[in-house]
Design a protein around this ligand. Structure first.
Ligand code: ATP
Length: 429
């Protein structure tokens, strides 16, 4: 067994031995492939496995799932299956070759051997395999020089038409190049430029671009990736007029600090969707109508769309926070926004008064909860119940403005508020 497989933790060693025996009993050959092999060679932790089978991958995955009593899913259209093995997923695919009828379309696929399967892959570092077969168990299979490229630190495509066949590889090149601090090999860079010149990304379905974009923005250094996209590809695949300037990168730097601060200070709060904030930073110079159009064409999820376009919408609206406002007005402006949007706005604005209001909201206002409830109003004999909403809203504003902190203080206030609202109602009827 080679060093890479020895480094795997116990769970995986057992799984691989089981897969090996099962494939042999069926007369198939099986390999782990792609990014998993790359990460094993880089001594990174592995959570999921990708296997290629010379033979029927779905049949093999089905027997494996039955043997180990785990859930699994078949994807007949693609000849693939996934087994859910505790925390891990194991993907099985029948070895295949691909032909592209035109740029950017999904390929036609045909059964093939491992060598052809590896040839259809994006980069040499992602085109290696490790055999799980008895005669050469654990042997690295590297037809295209992936190991040498991994050692040199280069991203290299396997042939000159690679970016035209699948232009999403332009975005994948950026992702891996930044993730591993690798350089794009000279010819690969030339072919990438050629694909960009031919506007190849405009032939790709927007959903595929969206998925790659999200993956890029989820990398540890999204701003670095965005700058790399800027230099290598540009942003016309998102919008023909979209360009970024140094000011936008400054916002992203402040965004990184803001996110760090949030993570350190609000450990009990929910995890941020950081990519949403970076995407807002990319798009914010476009007019709001255009941003909505981009989000619609790429078919982002509704929640993501709202968070991104409200970032733009509120850039101007939150300038009101520069004026002296009562706490409840600060609350009303910011409370309807997601944390992602608010933190983007904090990073965007350099005005100390706006930033102080946002900090005040985050540190204090956002955590205020009323201690008085509808039941308390009922016990006080407040009528009719239809007024409770208005009374509690007024009480909430008062609690914020007067910094009430105990239930007794709130009860004292709510009596006055209820009386006032009730008498106003009587005057109107
Ligand atoms: P990550 O570490 O981000 O998951 P990965 O290399 O595992 O990256 P996946 O998108 O999970 O990437 O794909 C798994 C493998 O499938 C890749 O390593 C590569 O061999 C192949 N692959 C994925 N997308 C493409 C593509 N667009 N063109 C060619 N091969 C691809």
């Amino acid at each position: 067994m080679n060093a890479q497989l020895q480094n795997l933790h116990g769970d995986f060693k057992v799984i691989l031995a089981q897969l090996s025996a099962l494939a042999q009993s069926r007369g198939f050959r099986i390999y782990i492939v792609g990014g998993v092999v790359r990460d094993l060679l880089l001594r990174k932790n592995i959570f999921d496995l990708d296997c290629v089978v010379e033979g029927d991958a779905i049949a093999l995955a089905t027997s494996f799932a039955h043997d180990v009593r785990k859930e699994f899913k078949k994807h007949h259209a693609f000849g693939t299956a996934t087994v859910y093995y505790d925390r891990h997923t194991i993907d099985f695919a029948t070895a295949r070759r691909e032909t592209y009828s035109s740029w950017g379309v999904l390929p036609r696929v045909f059964p093939a051997n491992l060598e052809e399967d590896l040839l259809r892959r994006d980069f040499t570092i992602n085109a290696m395999a490790i055999s799980l077969n008895k005669n050469d168990y654990g042997t690295l299979i590297d037809y295209y020089g992936g190991l040498a490229d991994l050692r040199k630190g280069v991203i290299r495509v396997l042939h000159d038409k690679s970016f035209l066949d699948d232009p999403t590889r332009l975005l994948r090149a950026v992702r891996f190049c930044k993730r591993f601090s690798f350089a794009i090999e000279k010819n690969t860079a030339l072919w990438a430029h050629e694909a960009v010149r031919k506007d190849a990304l405009s032939f790709v379905h927007p959903h595929r671009l969206r998925d790659e974009l999200i993956l890029i923005l989820k990398e540890p250094s999204p701003a670095g990736c965005i700058r790399k996209i800027d230099r290598l590809i540009g942003f016309s695949f998102i919008d023909k007029t979209l360009t970024l300037g140094e000011g936008d990168y400054r916002i992203m730097r402040r965004l990184a600090h803001t996110i760090d601060f949030y993570k350190k200070s609000f450990t009990h709060c929910r995890k941020l969707d950081e990519w949403v904030m970076y995407f807002a930073a990319v798009l914010h110079t476009l007019p709001i109508k255009r941003i909505k159009e981009v989000l619609r064409v790429f078919d982002f999820r509704k929640g993501d769309r709202v968070r991104v376009f409200s970032a733009k919408e509120y850039i101007f609206k939150v300038t009101r926070l520069a004026k002296p406002l009562k706490p409840h007005s600060v609350y009303r402006i910011l409370n309807e926004l997601s944390f992602e949007t608010i933190l983007f706005l904090y990073a965007y604005h350099t005005d100390a008064r706006i930033r102080a209001s946002i900090e005040y909201f985050f540190n204090t206002l956002a955590h205020v909860r009323l201690k008085v409830k509808g039941d308390d109003l009922q016990r006080l004999g407040v009528k009719p119940q239809t007024l409770y909403g208005t009374i509690l809203k007024k009480l909430f504003d008062t609690t914020l403005d007067m910094h009430l902190s105990t239930k007794e203080e709130e009860m004292r206030r709510v009596r006055l508020i209820a009386k006032k609202i009730q008498s106003k109602r009587v005057r109107h009827t």
